[in-house]
Design a protein around this ligand. Sequence first.
Ligand code: HEC
Length: 189
Amino acid sequence: MSKFKKALLCSIAPMLVAGMLGVTTQAVASGERLYGRFTNDNELYAPRDYREWVFIGSNVTPNDMNDGAAAFPEFHNVYIDPGSYAHWKKTGEFRSGTVIVKELASIGTKEAPSGHGYFQGEFGGIAAMVKDAKRYPDKPGNWAYFGFSADSRHGAIQEESACSACHQQNAGQDQVFTQFYPVLRAAKP
Ligand code: HEC
C-alpha cells in the first residue's frame, strides 16, 4: 500500500466510524427507532423486552368490586415503547409505530404490612395494541389489537367489535385510556 493510500485511509476511517455512530445516536435520540416485530401478515410477535420500556400505569378491576366476575380480575401493567414515549413527550400524539403492551398480573394477597389492599401476585398473559398507518391503513385510527395465548409467539388481530369499539368509544385520546395514565398526562407538552 502506498504511503498516500495509508494516509488517506487513516484520515477517512475515523470519519466513517464517527459518521456511523453519529447516525445511530441521532436516530435513537430523536426517538425514531421502531419497536415491535411483525409476521408477513402484519401480526405482532409477542414482545419480549417490554418490561424495559416506559411503564405508564397499572389498573386493577378486582372480582370483589365486580359481583365476583370481572372481565379481567388482574392488575393491568401497561408499557409504551421508548421511541413512542419520546415522540409523545415532544408532540402529545401517538406516532405511527406506537406499541403499547398490557401485562396481566394476578391479585396476590390483600394484606401487607402497609395495610389492607390489592398486591400483585403472578404474571398472566399479555395483550397489545399497535398504531401503524402503513400496516393498518383501513383500521380506525390505524390501531390493531392483539391477544396472545400462552403458547403463541405472535398474536391474532381480534374482532374490531371485541377490542376497538370499546377503546374508540371510551378512551381519553386516540383509543388509549390516557385518563388512567398520569405518567402520560404529566409528560404531554
Ligand atoms: C369493554 C371495553 C374494553 C374492551 C372490549 C377491551 N378493552 Fe382494552 N382497555 C379497556 C380499558 C377501560 C382499559 C384501561 C383500564 C384498564 O386497564 O382496566 C384498557 C386498556 C388496554 C390496553 C392498555 C392501553 C390503554 O388503552 O389503556 C391495551 C393494550 C388493551 N386494553 C388491549 C385490548 C385488547 C387487545 C382487547 C381485545 C382483546 C381489549 N383491550 C378489549 C377497555 C376495553
